[in-house]
Design a protein around this ligand. Structure first.
Ligand code: HSE
Length: 435
């Protein structure tokens, strides 16, 4: 039930037993989908425990907009100065985008006010700067909800440099695109699945950011910073969208023992990084292959094995829960310990290189494909060798799929160009994760 008080709204959440935090006044910067979910979570949670949250103000852009959480008019403010004048103990930034979020977060941190944010665009673009300001002022800056919103792991890695000494990152970090590809079948189009994802509150306000890989690229960029690899702008990564994936590509991948998943990949050597964001062939034997729907997962290889985190990656409720846990941490934490640390040396500049990798290729022809042996011969003349190909049933010679052995993209592109010209066919090409 939503309740309203005169100037502030109160609800209570159950903190970890040892914490005694009294009332934590929070200012919400933004009252959109995530901001409203945070406000609802504050208001709806039954009163228990010693720590109480109180919303002292919510910064909004459009006072006339209808919202699905009811805050008293005195809480809804369009002027950020008024928000800060109410002296919140923690600022929660859920505006999304870069400005005015960056300016307001800087202002809060410079004044020593802890900040919790769920804004991956902001952290991807300015995380380093904001962490520096936080370290100087001693104000915690927490962003657990920016990557796999419902699964707390960034904070743990911050405190554990040996676990965080990661050399390979593989994951599915965009719930919407994973949901779309899981839902896509011959009869269910991307557009229909996208409408459902929006209804479930999974997709971004501009769903192109999900479909075109922008959201996943921002999350990879946040991870690279957080793990201490260094800073790489999302647009500097090799990013591909899932918009070109056909249901028939998914079927063909299954014929070869895999699925198409929207992945992020990054690998580091001593001084270089290879990174990729986009749809890829994932063998069914890989743990990522069974991460379906809006679930997310992250596999981090470190010196002693592979850590595997999985759980809800999107949705207002999961995000709000993580944000509120961050609020408690921020209100009680020592800011210094929140700086990302890893035993791995920080790379001074990251220039994602072109990796040598296996590829999944699906060929379709308007009429008939050449015999499989001819296709293999042509690819072989470019130095490309097949590890597996789908058998071509007699009745269906207009399509085939194959997996190559590792080869660089440029060489594959030349071979595919020659093949599609000679055989008058179309090729869909996906990076393939190693089995
Ligand atoms: N649109 C994002 C996703 C929301 O689908 O993963 C969570 O960051």
């Amino acid at each position: 039930m939503v309740t309203a008080a005169a100037d502030t709204l109160e609800g209570a959440v159950r903190p970890a037993p040892a914490l005694s935090t009294g009332t934590i006044d929070i200012a919400l910067l933004g009252l959109g989908r995530v901001g409203s979910a945070v406000a609802r979570a504050v208001l709806d949670t039954p009163s228990s425990g010693s720590a109480r949250l109180r919303i002292t103000g919510a910064l909004i852009r459009y006072p006339e907009r209808r919202r699905d959480v009811r805050l008293p008019a005195s809480c809804l403010l369009t002027d950020a100065a008024e928000i800060f004048a109410r002296r919140p103990r923690v600022v929660v930034e859920v505006l999304g985008g870069i400005e005015p979020a960056r300016t307001l977060v800087r202002q809060a941190l410079e004044s020593g006010i802890p900040v919790v944010t769920a804004n991956k665009s902001l952290v991807a673009a300015h995380g380093d700067e904001l962490r520096r300001i936080a370290a100087r002022s001693g104000a915690p800056f927490l962003c657990e909800a920016t990557v796999i919103a419902g699964v707390p792991f960034l904070g743990t890695l911050s405190r554990r440099p040996r676990a965080a000494a990661v050399t390979c990152i593989r994951g599915i970090v965009n719930g919407t695109s994973n949901y779309l590809l899981t839902q896509m079948t011959a009869t269910r189009t991307l557009a229909a699945a996208l409408a459902e994802a929006a209804r479930l509150g999974l997709s971004e306000p501009d769903p192109r950011n999900d479909v075109l890989g922008v959201d996943a690229a921002e999350k990879l960029s946040v991870l690279l910073q957080h793990l201490g690899w260094g800073r790489v702008a999302p647009h500097a990564l090799d990013v591909r969208g899932i918009d070109g994936v056909q249901a028939s590509d998914i079927d063909a991948a299954r014929d070869l023992g895999g699925v198409i998943k929207p992945v992020i990949l990054a690998e580091r050597s001593v001084d270089a990084v290879t990174a990729f964001v986009g749809p890829a062939f994932v063998p069914l034997t890989d743990r990522l292959a069974s991460v379906d729907g809006s679930e997310n997962a992250l596999a981090l290889r470190n010196g002693y094995g592979e850590l595997f985190y999985s759980g809800p990656g999107a949705g207002p409720q999961a995000t709000a829960a993580t944000v509120l846990d961050d609020v408690f941490e921020a209100a009680t934490a020592d800011g210094g310990r929140l700086e990302s640390r890893s035993d791995a040396p920080r790379l001074s500049a990251i220039e994602p290189g072109a990796p040598v990798t296996a590829w999944f290729v699906r060929l379709t022809a308007a009429e008939k494909l050449p015999p499989a042996a001819d296709i293999a011969d042509l690819l072989g003349s470019f130095g490309i060798w097949l590890q597996r190909s789908s058998s071509l049933p007699a009745t269906r010679q207009d399509a085939c799929g194959f997996l190559t052995l590792p080869v660089e993209r440029a060489r594959l592109d030349s071979a595919i160009g020659a093949l599609t010209a000679a055989a008058r066919c179309h090729a869909s090409v996906y990076r393939a994760l190693e089995g």
